[in-house]
Design a protein around this ligand. Structure first.
Ligand code: NAD
Ligand code: TDX
Length: 360
């Protein structure tokens, strides 16, 4: 297959101040083959922190990196950004991303993950008017495929079977993205990835929550029997897959990205205890005593596992970060970046924002 001729010069990244988006932007600026500019549109919800990209802003701000605080559901704002920057590529990360929050309050998930995606697609369609050197890349999750039994893996042809408000809203976004390709011929690609880990992940998700709780001597809440399985991938490996799809993925095509690394939750927690104890020079059994089995998440998907054959074969993707080394680096990062943790937990970043962005 010949590679698509995409411009990739004026890239709108939505949700670029969140966990994966900020890692993506930093990763991309470190790639010698990237010569374009990035426009980061982020509403800065509780999960988005401009300090995640303070270094990038320092180096590239107002030359190749432009930050806009704003909501993807604001049609006029989104249209203006397409015109002002003549956007040729969208990498759509922005979402409400936490399953537990979606159980307590699904409305925001529908608003951002479904309506927001629709508004972006519509703005792209209006602005691009049939161009073929452009791309809308939609970031999605393996959770849209539902829950697996003991065997099998999700492939790109697995039926959709979302079971939480979060995954239902992501599935809605995926279907709209796909519909815009089929109906309007909008150049669209989709990637569905498994659980990411790495630096800058908001400490509500399993791995950072556990690290910070063990450091504070707090209980480590494991849902249900701890035997649910997730397929963990380092955020840099995910972002490498995303960039490969953007550069060479076929329009209208979905690519699954997985860690090839299935782990029971309880094993992840015990490994984290071991790594933490080793770094601190203490007995891991002291830390494991903090493990506390708590009431299960309603509708808790039992097992996810991804078959990444397509992206490997078609786009040459492979992992470069092993779980052992990636997890170790991640534990270190959280222990060495306590200021960041304090900042995102206390809302300090909003004051940081006022100080750093009032001049623009
Ligand atoms: P995150 O919650 O850390 O970040 C989401 C970002 O989107 C935040 O910066 C937030 O401020 C922004 N945002 C939310 N609503 C917005 C709105 N209405 N307008 C503009 N910005 C808004 O999430 P993440 O973990 O980085 O996930 C990024 C994407 O990757 C999501 O689409 C998620 O579904 C998908 N994904 C995540 C994982 C994972 O393990 N974290 C795995 C697979 C797919
Ligand atoms: O305190 C906890 N205890 C616990 O046992 C938390 C926060 C989680 N868990 C379990 C639930 C899951 O089986 O750990 C597993 C991972 O939980 P999360 O980190 O909340 O991730 P998950 O629900 O699997 O979803 C994540 O991966 C897919 C992301 O949050 C999604 O955005 C992504 O689409």
């Amino acid at each position: 297959m010949t590679a698509p001729k995409r411009k990739l010069q004026s890239i709108l990244v939505t949700g670029g101040s969140g966990f994966i988006g900020s890692n993506f932007i930093r990763w991309l600026f470190n790639k010698p083959d990237f010569t374009g500019r990035i426009i980061n549109l982020d509403a800065l919800t509780y999960a988005g922190n401009p300090c995640n990209l303070a270094d990038i802003d320092e180096t590239w701000g107002q030359s190749r990196y432009f930050f806009h605080q704003g909501d993807i559901t604001e049609t006029e704002l989104v249209r203006d950004i397409f015109s002002q920057y003549d956007i040729d590529t969208v990498v759509h990360f922005a979402a409400e991303s936490h399953v537990d929050r979606s159980i307590h309050g699904p409305a925001e998930f529908i608003q951002t993950n479904v309506m927001g995606t629709f508004i972006l697609l519509e703005a792209a369609r209006e602005h691009w008017r049939g161009r073929d050197d452009v791309l809308f890349h939609h970031i999605s999750t393996d959770e849209v495929y539902g829950s697996l039994g003991k065997t099998g893996k999700f492939t790109e042809t697995s039926p959709y079977d979302p079971r939480s408000p979060y995954s239902a809203s992501k599935a809605g976004g995926d279907h709209f993205a796909s519909a815009y390709f089929h109906t309007y011929n909008l150049p669209v690609t989709i990637s569905n990835c498994s659980n990411n880990y790495g630096p800058y992940q908001f400490p509500e998700k399993l791995i950072p929550l556990m690290i910070l709780n063990m450091d504070a001597g707090k209980p480590l809440p494991v849902y249900g029997d701890g035997m649910n399985v997730r397929d963990w991938v380092h955020v840099d490996d995910h972002n490498d897959g995303v960039w490969r799809v953007i550069k060479g993925g076929r329009n209208g095509r979905t690519y699954n990205i997985g860690g090839g690394n299935e782990q029971h939750n309880i094993d992840v927690v015990k490994t984290l205890c071991a790594v933490y104890a080793e770094l601190k020079g203490i007995d891991h059994r002291e830390i494991e005593k903090l493990i506390s089995f708590v009431k299960d998440r309603p509708g808790h998907d039992r097992r996810y596992a991804i078959d990444s054959t397509r992206i490997r074969r078609e786009l040459g993707w492979k992992h470069s970060v092993s779980f052992a080394s990636g997890l170790r680096r991640t534990v270190r990062w959280y222990l060495e970046n306590k200021d960041w943790v304090e900042t995102v937990r206390t809302g300090e970043y909003r004051r940081w924002l006022e100080k750093n962005y009032e001049k623009r």
